[in-house]
Design a protein around this ligand. Structure first.
Ligand code: GLN
Length: 380
């Protein structure tokens, strides 16, 4: 394996899902629904295939999807963007992240992440030869330590990457935090990469896009996808929204990474994004009920549970059970309790910082969540 990828192992999501299968554990690890996406979206894909929409798509997205993305972004963030010049369709948000980083970051450029961070950020930054710095968000509220961030940002900083709502903590960046980060970006001429794939899974406050903070659109790449919002994580439809000068860079990378994204699924994605507001309301209601089941179960089982206001994850502290590390605890949980979760130490530059924590997902049907909760209460 190339040196730039040597330190990265099989992703923790794959490792844990494989262990869960081997031991017959209920999988509350990898964040994907165990139920299907909506019929109207699946029907739209079947129709597109039958209508012969099966050859290469326009490289940066089929026109109807670029337009649907721009319309949704206007509705959600109040920003009017040009669907052909500022929206790029990618193969999942993971490709949007890769295209953004590879298209805009030079070897040696400094990029600041917030730990715990989604694993692909660090690996892709390594592929780009970037110099990664991380600022740690700490329990219980995972607030941004502003003074540490201020001390870290300098004229050498090329970009800051955020994820709100935040995987794996469930934290949402507050308006004050976004404004403070924005001020630092403007002062130091820093780009901002914002992964917002959980924007529709919010339970307390409304989601705020960094691009909507005054003066930020021109330096921000906003990334999102269909997977979480429409329970279609296997479709791998994502996108990046950015002003033309940033879009140009990320499209150069996208052209040579995948060239174009699956044509019929893009047609169906356009139909999905035009769903009425009632779809999103129902999604939130469903996930609120699921979250309540898992939350009650984790508390009753004896974890220290941290508040989660967005995403489909809950972060807990496992120290009441007396294990030395998150990995050891999660292995015990799979083998002896029959429940799979994610050990988050891989989401830190220094794994020690994550070793008391464990992430559970509630992206499963209520029966599965109840069965997992029964096991946690009975066997932990
Ligand atoms: N985003 C999902 C999670 O955090 C799954 C990621 C993956 O399997 N690569 O669990």
């Amino acid at each position: 394996v190339a040196e730039r990828l040597e330190k990265f192992k099989t992703t923790i999501f794959t490792q844990m899902s494989m262990l869960a299968i081997k031991h017959g554990a209920i999988n509350l690890g990898q964040g994907f629904p165990n139920f299907d996406g909506p019929d109207f979206v699946k029907e739209a894909a079947i129709q597109a295939i039958n209508a012969g929409k099966n050859q290469y798509a326009r490289g940066f997205g089929v026109p109807e999807l670029n337009s649907a993305i721009a319309e949704r972004f206007l509705k959600d963030s109040g920003l009017q963007v040009d669907p052909d010049k500022e929206v790029t369709v990618t193969s999942g948000c993971t490709e949007a992240i890769a295209a953004t980083i590879l298209g805009l970051i030079n070897p040696g450029d400094e990029v600041i992440l917030f730990a715990p961070f989604y694993d692909s950020y660090e690996a892709t930054l390594s592929m780009a030869g970037a110099n990664v710095k991380a600022i740690t968000l700490r329990a219980p509220d995972f607030a941004v330590p502003l003074e540490e961030l201020e001390a870290a940002v300098s004229k050498d900083t090329k970009a800051i990457m955020i994820n709100t709502p935040h995987n794996p903590t469930g934290k949402m960046f507050t308006r004050e935090e976004l404004e403070s980060i924005a001020a630092l970006c403007k002062e130091n001429d820093v780009l901002l990469f914002s992964d917002e794939v959980y924007d529709k899974l919010v339970f307390e406050a409304d989601h705020i896009s960094m691009a909507s903070i005054p003066g930020m659109y021109e330096r921000t790449v906003t990334m999102n996808s269909l997977g979480k919002t429409f329970s279609l994580t296997g479709w791998k439809i994502g996108w990046a929204i950015a002003p033309p000068h940033l879009t140009w860079g990320l499209r150069q990378a996208h052209s040579f990474l995948t060239f174009a994204t699956c044509t019929p699924m893009q047609a169906a994605a356009a139909a999905a994004l035009r769903a009425p507001d009632s779809y999103y309301d129902e999604l939130k209601r469903d996930y609120s009920a699921k979250k309540a089941i898992l939350l009650e179960g984790l508390e009753a089982a004896g974890f220290i549970v941290y508040p989660s206001s967005g995403t489909y994850y809950i972060m807990v502290d496992h120290t009441p059970f007396g294990f030395d590390s998150d990995v050891e605890f999660c292995e015990y949980l799979i083998r002896e309790v029959g429940v799979c979760a994610i050990p988050p130490s891989v989401f830190y530059l220094d794994p020690e910082e994550g070793k008391k924590l464990v992430r559970f997902t509630f992206s499963k049907d209520e029966g599965t969540l109840r069965a997992a909760v029964e096991r946690l209460k009975a066997k932990l």
